[in-house]
Ligand binder design. Structure first.
Ligand code: FEO
Ligand code: CA
Ligand code: CA
Ligand code: CA
Length: 575
C-alpha cells in the first residue's frame, strides 16, 4: 500500500464542531473540493447559474437542489470515469427566492422552478490525478424532474388505485420527488426511494374510501407546497389517486438518457428511504428497504427471477415480480448486556398472492403500510438507509431517532424511550442467504454522548469514541468498515460523517471523519476506491428564519454569496 493517507479508512478522527460552524472540516492530510453544485449547467444548452435570474427552463437543465443520495456507475474495470447519479430530494424555497414569505405567495414561475429543482441529476464525471471533475454538457447528462414520464411496472401497475383523469391506464406517471437515498444495482442501474411525498399534495379532505390510507400516509390535512396552482393533480380534490402514484422505489438506467425510468409497485409503497440489492446464493435479487417514519417498519423484497451476469436487459426485470416481507424483531433479553435477538420476515405478498386478509395484491402494494399493520411487524425508530455490507454480507440499517416512543413501547431493538439519538441495527441471514425468512440481529451502535451509559459502540471502550447522533445513511469501504452520515444531530453538534470498523481490534471504534457547514445535513456518502469520499452537503444554511439576504452559510464559498447544496469530494492531499 502506498502510505496511510491515501486510504480513507486510515484517517485521524476529527472533533465535533458546533452546529454554527460554517466550514467543511476534513481530517488531517485530507482536503475537499466541490464536484457539482446546485444550478451547474449539466445538460447541454443549459444557461450558467444566476441566482437572481433563475427560470424554470434553466433549472430543468441545471443540477437540482438539495442533493441527497450519491451513486457512481462505472463500467467494469473503468476507474477514472463514470456516471454520477444524485437525488435532489427537496427545495429550501426560503433560500432560493429573495423576499420569500411562504409557499402561498410564490409566483407560478417560482413554483415551476422549485418543481424543476426536484428529482434526480445524472452527470458524467472523470478523474484526473486525485480529483474528480464533472463534465458539464456531456452526452449522458440528464435531469429527471417532477414532469419526467415514468412507467409503472409490477402487479399494481394499471390497477384502479393508480388510475387518474390524466392517466386512465394507471401505467404512466409524471415525475418523482422526495427522493432520499438509493443504491446502485449489481446490473448498473440506480434505485431511488420516494420518501416524503405526502407534503406535496393539498388535501382538504381525504377522498371517500381512502380515508384510512390517507391518514396512515400523512396525507390528510396536508397543505401542499402550492404546486396545485400550476398542476391540479397536486390537489386531492381534483384527482384522488394521484398521491397513490408516489412513494415507490424507482429505477433509472443512467447509461441511456432517453430511457423511461420506472416505478416498481412490487416493492410496495412507503415513505421509501431507499433500496439496496444483493444477489442471493440461488441468484435471486434481494432488496432491503426502510420506511422513514416514527414507529414504521423495515421491508425486504425477493425477486422471482434470477440474476444473469452480463444480461442487463433481463436483470432490469427482476424488481417487477417477487415476494414482499416486513420485519419482526424479537429480543433475547437484556441479561447478556447486548441488544440482540432473532427475527422473522413476515410475508405480505408471496408467490404472487396476498398474505394479508382482506387485501388484494394491488391493495398490499399501494397501501402497504395498512397491509403491514395487519401482520404484526416491529415498530421501529424511523428506519432510514438500509444497506448490505459487501464484505461480511450483513445488513445494516440506520434507525435515526424517535422522540415519541414512551417507556411502555420499548423493545430490545428500540431500547430507549424519547429516543433522540438513534441506533444502527445489524441483521445476519442464515449462511448469508437473504432469501431466508429468519435472521439474527444486534444493535452495533446506540448513538448519543458516549458519557451516557445507555450508548453502545459495538463493545468498544466508550471513553475512546466520538459522540454521534441521528444516523441517516450507511455505506461501506472495501474493508467492510461502516460509514455513517447524520441528519439533525440532537447533541447540538454539526452533522458529520463517521467511520466505525465492524471487526478486528478496532471494532466499534467510531471516529468522526468530516463535518458539515452551518445548517447542512451530511448525506449519501460513497467511498470510491478507498481514496475518495463523495458526499452531498444537503440544505446548507437551513435554519429558522433563513433568507437569501443574510444567509448563515455561503457554502461552497464560490463567491455567489448564497449557500448551494453540492456534491463534494474529500481526498488525501498526498499519496
Ligand atoms: Fe430524507 Fe429519511 O431522510
Ligand atoms: Ca440481548
Ligand atoms: Ca435520508
Ligand atoms: Ca433524514
Amino acid at each position: 500500500r502506498g502510505g496511510r493517507s491515501s486510504y480513507v479508512y486510515d484517517f485521524e478522527g476529527t472533533a465535533p464542531q458546533p452546529f454554527e460552524t460554517d466550514k467543511v472540516i476534513t481530517p488531517k492530510g485530507f482536503t475537499w473540493k466541490p464536484l457539482v453544485k446546485w444550478g451547474d449547467p449539466i445538460v447541454k444548452g443549459a444557461p450558467k447559474f444566476d441566482f437572481d435570474k433563475q427560470t424554470a427552463a434553466a433549472q430543468a437543465k441545471q443540477f437540482g437542489y438539495n442533493c441527497d443520495y450519491v451513486g457512481l456507475v462505472r463500467a467494469r474495470g473503468c476507474h477514472d470515469k463514470g456516471l454520477l447519479v444524485v437525488n435532489n430530494e427537496y427545495t429550501n424555497d426560503e433560500l432560493m427566492f429573495r423576499g420569500y414569505t411562504g409557499a402561498a405567495a410564490l409566483t407560478p414561475e417560482q413554483i415551476k422552478i422549485t418543481m424543476a429543482a426536484h428529482g434526480m441529476s445524472v452527470v458524467e464525471v472523470s478523474k484526473k490525478g486525485r480529483e474528480w471533475k464533472a463534465r458539464l454538457g456531456a452526452r449522458q447528462n440528464r435531469r429527471i424532474t417532477t414532469t419526467t414520464p415514468f412507467a409503472f411496472d409490477g402487479p399494481a401497475a394499471g390497477s384502479e388505485l393508480l388510475q387518474t383523469k390524466a392517466d386512465p391506464t394507471g401505467r404512466r406517471v409524471l415525475g418523482t420527488f422526495g427522493n432520499c437515498s438509493g443504491g446502485v444495482t449489481p446490473w448498473g442501474t440506480v434505485l431511488s426511494g420516494e420518501e416524503n411525498f405526502n407534503g406535496y399534495f393539498k388535501v382538504d379532505a381525504a377522498p371517500a374510501g381512502q380515508e384510512d390510507a390517507f391518514k396512515r400516509y400523512g396525507l390528510t390535512g396536508s397543505k401542499g407546497r402550492s404546486w396545485e396552482k400550476v398542476d391540479p393533480r397536486f390537489d386531492a380534490a381534483q384527482d384522488p389517486n394521484e398521491s397513490n402514484r408516489f412513494g415507490y422505489v424507482i429505477e433509472v438506467d443512467p447509461s441511456d438518457p432517453r430511457s423511461t425510468p420506472r416505478k416498481h409497485t412490487a416493492m410496495g409503497r412507503l415513505k421509501h428511504e431507499g433500496a439496496n440489492v444483493t444477489i442471493a446464493p440461488d441468484g435471486r435479487a434481494v432488496a432491503v428497504m426502510g420506511d422513514d417514519e416514527k414507529f414504521d417498519y423495515m421491508y425486504k423484497f425477493v425477486s422471482s427471477g434470477k440474476y444473469v451476469e452480463g444480461n442487463k436487459r433481463h436483470n432490469m426485470s427482476l424488481l417487477t415480480e417477487g415476494d414482499l416481507y416486513v420485519a419482526k424483531f424479537t429480543g433475547d433479553g437484556a441479561q447478556d448486556g447486548v441488544s440482540d435477538g432473532t427475527g422473522e420476515w413476515l410475508p405480505l405478498v408471496l408467490d404472487g398472492k396476498s398474505k394479508v386478509p382482506g387485501f388484494t395484491v394491488a391493495q398490499v402494494l399501494v397501501h402497504t403500510r395498512l397491509a403491514a399493520d395487519k401482520v404484526g411487524p416491529t415498530k421501529m425508530d424511523r428506519p432510514e438507509d438500509v444497506d448490505i455490507n459487501p464484505v461480511n454480507k450483513r445488513v445494516y440499517a440506520a434507525l435515526t431517532n424517535n422522540d415519541k416512543r414512551v417507556p411502555s413501547q420499548i423493545d430490545e431493538a428500540n431500547p430507549r424511550a424519547t429516543n433522540k439519538h438513534g441506533q444502527v441495527i445489524e441483521i445476519t441471514a442464515p449462511k448469508n442467504d437473504h432469501t431466508k425468512t429468519t435472521f439474527t440481529w444486534k444493535l452495533v451502535l446506540i448513538c448519543g454522548d458516549p458519557n451516557d451509559p445507555a450508548t453502545y459502540f459495538n463493545g468498544y471502550d466508550r471513553t475512546q469514541v466520538s459522540p454521534i447522533s441521528c444516523p441517516d445513511n450507511v455505506a461501506f469501504d472495501s474493508k467492510g468498515n461502516l460509514w455513517i452520515s447524520t441528519d439533525g444531530n440532537a447533541l447540538g453538534n454539526a452533522d458529520a460523517f463517521f467511520m466505525m470498523p465492524l471487526s478486528g481490534p478496532y471494532q466499534g471504534h467510531l471516529q468522526q471523519f468530516q463535518t458539515m457547514p452551518h445548517g447542512a445535513e451530511s448525506a449519501g456518502p460513497l467511498i470510491v476506491d478507498d481514496t475518495t469520499v463523495l458526499c452531498s452537503v444537503q440544505h446548507p444554511g437551513e435554519v429558522e428564519g433563513a433568507s437569501p439576504d443574510a444567509p448563515v452559510s455561503q457554502f461552497p464559498y464560490d463567491g455567489t454569496g448564497q449557500p448551494r447544496p453540492s456534491v463534494i469530494q474529500v481526498f488525501a492531499t498526498k499519496h
